[in-house]
Design a protein. Structure first.
Lengths: 381, 309
């Protein structure tokens, strides 16, 4: 029963993907625009029965816009991690390290009360309450993440497979422990007073404030769309092709003229930058960061988003991020069951659809072939 | 056909320029001496056969030439430039390409994409170039996109052509387009264009071998090293492979061929180098090598051994 349903899903999905791939631009463009507009409208969604998807209907529900914002933040991180895992084939289990780096860059440089800005202000005799403006924090965060990606990558990308996974996992933890135990990061209590993006004042409040969360969501959505566009461009160029070749057979790729190490480093750095942007937006909206918000399990969650959605496929990764963030919030009533449900869901996906819900074109084919091979082998016995 | 035989005759005395020089190369793995003072050279436009019994060091020699291993001592020079010490991808860009004895394609990429990876070795678009596509080039008339399709598709292609004329095209786009064209041409050249969009892993064995050759040729090498390209082929396939190797040479490439099949080697090569236990034991024209007692001994065993056994 479940297999027939699964097969039906598989055929329908494949038909849709093929139609989409062959469809002309004047059909695709309006659909994409309509989808994007719908995403922008989501915070206001109030028509039954569609409003059932909101998370704030029952008592004790989470603010709908906040959930949407978090979903988009995790989508940005997942798109970044997809470059590393899905395209270049490097298993990075310490992705939260870059996320934390982005969050702490804006916190340490942007907050007037952070130890770093205070030290700078003292050193250069600046006025009380001086801090780096928000706009300048963005390049700082990206630069930090790129540098951290290269510093982590340069020695470790010589490792392969499991070894790389272990080393990156260590990196994620090291970042958190440094944040927790250093004076300049504010120690275990973290940093407060993180700046928000500038904007025109509305109703006597800043444009980006903690009440009108939907504006944060819109901002994150715009950032996500821009970044997706950028990653797509890389994917459909010699860079993406080189990443795939490295994933398939690194030595053969090198002998075919692909500077493998350089492109792996780029994949790592680009993934890191996207993670940092996600962390930056998150920290800015929260206004507070503390080291415990960047535990290792967040890394695993990011990896789960990529793997469940379909490694290597941007749409799949978005769906993975959506499901993993949204479902627990929507069904808060079953909160005690959350880890259990998560475990069951993971096992179910791995057993029933190991290629992920919306797999990469090649991956889909690979798994299909393997299933046929298995069937043929079984028939031979 | 007559052209081919003529070509063969003129190549009996090829251009004297030395493309690759293997100079007293020794390669040791711990106590094992894989190559011991191997010394030979390849002239431009010739097909050199590298033969020898299993374990003689042929593939090791290839690996030393393509940067997989660095020689313990000795030099490998390509067009006068030192090869050893450079990384694989740099050596490829110098102009040496190779195929693998055990096929190593990118299995989850299509045949076309496999060849495109090879084409990329000559492309200049950087990561930032692919991201921003800001490096505009004014395309030559033949590089402009063609007007194809009907109705709206046609209008679309017209628009693309017009914008390309006015604003130029990014180097990324131009390279991508040229690469695709070149890749398709190479797939046709080796005779597998009909399966261009199939994943490499789904291609039949013979197609995979040919795809490896196309991919290596896409890097625009001057020297093409083929590592047992006919392994597992039937006589008819071997025959067409021989023809392909000659056509490759006619395109101006120099070919270094490792092969077990004596008939194929004798039929296609201009000169042969024989290795045994990491040492060169003979070198010369196919006919000379075939009658060399050392070579016969290496392949069939010493008569003394046979008598004592």
């Amino acid at each position: 029963m479940s297999t027939t349903l699964l097969d039906r899903y598989a055929t329908a999905r494949k038909a849709l993907a093929d139609n989409w791939a062959n469809g002309p631009i004047w059909v695709k463009l309006p659909i994409v625009l309509a989808l994007i507009s719908f995403c922008f409208y989501l915070p206001y969604l109030n028509i039954l029965p569609f409003a059932q998807i909101r998370t704030d209907l029952g008592a004790g529900g989470t603010d709908w816009s906040s959930v949407l914002f978090l979903i988009v933040i995790y989508m940005i991180a997942a798109v970044g991690l997809n470059v590393v895992i899905g395209l270049a084939g490097l298993l990075d289990l310490g992705y939260v390290g870059f996320y934390a780096l982005g969050a702490y860059s804006v916190a340490l440089f942007g907050s007037p009360s952070s130890p770093v800005t205070e030290a700078i202000a003292r050193k250069f005799d600046l006025s009380e309450g001086w801090a780096v403006p928000f706009a300048a924090c963005i390049p700082i965060a990206i630069a930090f993440a790129l540098v951290a990606g290269v510093i982590l990558g340069a020695p470790t990308l010589r490792l392969r497979g499991d070894y790389l996974a272990i080393v990156t996992m260590g990196f994620g933890e090291i970042i958190r422990i440094i944040l927790r135990n250093s004076e300049f990061t504010g120690g275990p209590s973290g940093v407060i007073g993180i700046p928000k993006p500038p904007g025109p004042e509305q109703d006597g409040r800043d444009y980006f404030n903690s009440l009108d969360v939907h504006r944060w969501y819109w901002l994150a959505l715009i950032v996500l769309i821009l970044l997706m566009f950028a990653v797509r461009r890389l994917e459909h160029s010699r860079v993406g092709r080189s990443w795939l070749a490295i994933r398939e057979d690194e030595d053969a790729a090198a002998i075919m003229g692909v500077p493998a190490f350089k492109f792996k480093l780029w994949a790592f750095a680009i993934g890191a930058a996207l993670g940092a942007i996600a962390g930056l937006l998150f920290a800015s909206k929260q206004g507070v960061v503390e080291p415990n918000g960047f535990r290792l399990n967040l890394s695993f969650l990011f990896v789960a988003m990529v793997v469940i959605g379909g490694s290597g496929n941007m749409v799949g990764v978005l769906i993975g991020a959506f499901l993993i963030t949204y479902l627990p919030e929507r069904f808060r009533g079953f909160e005690q069951w959350r880890p259990f449900a998560f475990g069951v869901a993971l096992v179910a996906v791995m057993v029933l659809r190991p290629q992920g819900l919306v797999p990469n074109r090649r991956r889909a084919k690979e798994f299909e072939d393997r299933r046929h091979e298995a069937k043929e082998a079984a028939a031979d016995v | 056909m007559s052209e081919l035989s003529l070509e063969k005759q003129t190549n009996a005395t090829p251009d004297d320029e030395v493309v690759l020089e293997v100079d007293q190369v020794t390669l040791k793995f711990g106590g094992v001496v894989a190559l011991n003072g191997v010394d030979f050279h390849i002239r431009r436009g010739e097909i050199l056969g590298l033969i020898g019994p299993n374990g003689a060091g042929k593939t090791t020699c290839f690996n030393a030439m393509t940067g997989v291993y660095a020689p313990t001592s000795g030099n490998i020079r390509f067009l006068g430039k030192q090869v050893s010490g450079r990384q694989s991808h740099q050596i490829t860009r110098m102009g040496i390409a190779r195929t693998f004895q055990n096929i190593r394609l990118f299995p989850e990429m299509s045949a076309l994409e496999n060849v495109l990876v090879g084409c990329d070795a000559r492309h200049k678009t950087s990561v930032l170039g692919a991201l921003f596509r800001a490096y505009r080039v004014r395309p030559k008339p033949e590089e402009l996109p063609e007007i194809t399709g009907t109705g709206l598709t046609r209008a679309q292609s017209r628009l693309r052509r017009a914008t390309a004329k006015v604003f130029g095209v990014s180097r990324h786009t131009l390279e991508e387009r040229a690469g695709r064209k070149k890749a398709m041409e190479l797939l046709r050249f080796v005779g597998i264009a009909d399966r261009a969009n199939d994943l490499a892993r789904n291609l039949p064995y013979g197609y995979q071998r040919r795809l490896e050759i196309a991919r290596a040729m896409a890097t625009e090498p001057q020297l093409l090293c083929l590592d047992e390209p006919a392994a597992g082929f039937n006589p008819a396939e071997k025959e067409s492979l021989m023809a392909l190797i000659r056509r490759i040479r006619d395109r101006g490439l120099t070919v270094l061929l490792i092969e077990h099949d004596m008939k194929l080697v004798m039929g296609v090569t201009d000169r042969i180098v024989v290795l045994e236990f990491g040492q060169k034991i003979a070198e010369g024209l196919p006919s000379e090598v075939a009658s060399n007692p050392k070579v016969i001994a290496a392949y069939l065993g010493e008569p003394d051994d046979a008598a004592s056994a």
